[in-house]
Ligand binder design. Structure first.
Ligand code: GCB
Length: 603
């Protein structure tokens, strides 16, 4: 399915969508024969007609925390999902019918009425397929999905599977967040006409002297060889037409006078200004054959080794690393949660976050676009090690799919190729040279980064990126309890990263676990007081570093507490959040709020 564009399904005059979200049938299978479901061809019949335990499972959601059964929470291997649906009769002659998953973690295989239609690997990324030829009209359809959460040495991310003495499989991985799995984002079926808009790319070529130039490229399919013209119209927030152009014949441009620029939150009274980029296919009679409306923001990024600018204005990034994570639904898309999160992000005064450590749901990215929150967009390459050709292929694939999905988003200001890869090994150098080169073949309008955990002397990977990022937990993993060592260590390390690589530098992760309600005077680790003190020592360092110009960002780890694998270093999960897992503030959230709002006033 990688040959297709991956535009989000949309209702319009020419398109209709039906959600397949809801309660599905679900079976936990064995990973090998018998009862893995493949050898028994479970996709050819209803799961309910099999002699297996069929459970109810919500979609979207991770399946792990829905039941009371720890063997499902810790399951390794295959599970099966199934549901039935009807298609409106009117769809029999509208054109094409598509099936699109926002993501299935980790690998999926999909059947419609017993016929395999698509398979996909790598979680957190959408995939689609045309299913027109497999759909019944006037009778029920069955969709069956097998989902495999196994992580191996060449999957992105990597993991290892062990056989325990009991014969049960156990998955291990080196990252700490819980390996949630399942159909964790929305599923749609939708229509397009036969002749349809497949992909749209919009870039901002220049913004100067009250003029902006947009570059664009529209790909459409016209296999019935009708005489089609393609037209784009830019429409502002008030619905006023701004300008038009032709499309479908390769790259073209639009010039906009006095554009309303897209500004980040707190840099303008109206952050996140979005135009509508309306693409139309018209037949000889000027009738609309297909129409797609893409929100676009006009903003341009530029950078040197001393500054990072948006629309010519200096940026200082202040925010968090986050996770898609919450009680019960795991990494499942949850609209109340994502709105609450973005209310909290604005309450704290953050202007940026990193989608640590994988691409977030498109509905989340839409919020960032429209609220003016900047995003460091990370692919699922977390803790990469054991560099192999297959791993590189999968890593590049994850970036291709991520960039295809997010290329038009004004909120995305940087691509993160990896978090904490083991860059101390010699093979890492050529591997990451390739990875960064690959990103540059897909997009040169945004800077790249690799979030490093090695010492600046131990890695060469950051020579290939535009912006150097490092994670360091002073006062926690190093020098726990020694608050007075923090400021000087941070200043020294950030300066050394800059001196070695001659690039902009961001401190992407710092922090300490904090149990809500635990208090100690004088301050002691794990208490709310300690988290605040640890932050204030970092702020001293950042205020000093900012004077140097090269230091452009501070990110506390983490926005909220999150679930981890079972481990004696984690009491009920990772507690480095400034918010609890159910999104209430710790003392640190109030403290961070003072700083972030003050930073915004200084910009
Ligand atoms: C890190 C990782 C992050 C962990 C964090 C921690 O360096 O990048 O994924 O959650 O440390 O709290 O250990």
């Amino acid at each position: 399915c990688t040959e297709y564009g991956i535009l989000y399904p949309q209702d319009s005059e020419t398109r209709q969508r039906v959600s397949l979200d809801g309660i599905w049938n679900f079976v936990q299978a064995n990973t090998t024969k018998p009862l893995d479901g493949y050898s028994e061809h479970w996709y050819t019949k209803s799961l309910k007609d099999l002699n297996v335990n069929v459970q109810l499972m919500p979609v979207p959601a991770s399946y792990n925390d829905i039941t009371t059964d720890w063997t499902l929470r810790d399951h390794v291997g295959i599970v099966w999902y199934e549901r039935y649906f009807h298609v409106p009769k009117t769809w029999s002659d509208v054109g094409r019918i598509w099936l699109r998953f926002g993501s299935v973690s980790y690998a999926a295989q999909v059947w419609i009425n017993g016929v395999e239609v698509v398979s996909h690997q790598i979680g957190h990324l959408p995939f689609l397929v045309e299913i027109s030829n497999y759909i019944y009209f006037g009778k029920e359809n069955r969709i069956t999905v097998s989902c495999d959460n196994t992580l191996l040495e060449d999957t992105i991310p990597q993991g290892k599977v062990h056989v325990l003495n009991s014969g049960r499989l156990a998955q291990t991985y080196t990252f700490d967040f819980f390996n949630y799995a399942g159909i964790d984002r929305s599923v749609f079926i939708y229509t397009t006409p036969f002749v349809y808009i497949d992909d749209i790319s919009v870039t901002v070529e220049s913004v100067e002297d009250s003029k902006a130039v947009l570059g664009y490229d529209v790909v459409y399919f016209n296999d019935d060889l009708r005489n089609i013209t393609c037209q784009v119209d830019l429409i502002d927030k008030q619905g006023i037409h701004v300008c038009s152009g032709d499309c479908g014949k390769g790259k073209a441009q639009l010039t906009i006078d006095n554009p309303n620029l897209w500004w980040p939150y707190l840099m303008d009274k109206n952050p996140g200004y979005l135009y509508t980029f309306e693409v139309k296919l018209l037949d000889q009679n000027e009738e609309v054959v297909d129409i797609y409306r893409l929100p676009v923001g006009i903003r341009i990024l530029s950078w040197t080794d001393k500054s990072f600018m948006i629309n010519g204005k200096q940026l200082y990034l202040h925010g968090f690393g986050r996770h898609e994570d919450s009680d019960i639904r795991g990494k499942g898309l949850d609209l109340p949660l994502i709105i609450r999160d973005h209310n909290l992000i604005r309450w704290v005064g953050a202007n940026t976050y990193r989608t640590s450590h994988y691409p977030y749901a498109e509905e989340i990215m839409d919020l960032a676009d429209s609220l003016g929150i900047m995003i460091i967009d990370e692919c699922p390459g977390v803790n990469i090690e054991g560099y192999s050709d297959n791993l590189l292929i999968n890593h590049k694939k994850s970036l291709t799919e991520l960039i295809k999905r997010d290329k038009n988003r004004p909120s995305v200001i940087m691509w993160s190729a990896a978090n904490e890869p083991r860059t101390q090994y010699p093979a890492a150098k050529s591997y990451f040279e390739e990875v960064i080169k690959h990103i540059k073949t897909l997009d040169t309008s945004r800077p790249t980064t690799i979030v490093e955990a090695q010492r600046y002397t131990a890695t060469d990977a950051s020579f290939f990126v535009d912006i150097v990022s490092f994670n360091r937990y002073n006062g926690w993993y190093s020098n726990a309890g020694n608050l007075d060592e923090i400021a000087s260590s941070v200043i020294e390390e950030a300066t050394n990263w800059h001196n070695r690589f001659q690039k902009l530098v961001i401190h992407q992760e710092y922090g300490g676990d904090t149990l809500e309600g635990l208090h100690f005077l004088p301050t002691f680790i794990w208490s709310e007081e300690y988290q605040v003190q640890l932050m204030s020592q970092h702020f001293k360092a950042y205020d000093q570093l900012r004077k140097e110009g090269f230091f452009i960002g501070e990110f506390i780890w983490n926005f909220a507490d999150f679930k981890t694998a079972q481990d004696y270093t984690r009491v009920g999960g990772n507690k480095k959040g400034i918010f609890t897992r159910n999104r209430q503030p710790k003392a640190s959230a109030h403290f961070l709020r003072k700083r972030y709002w003050a930073l915004a006033e200084r910009l």
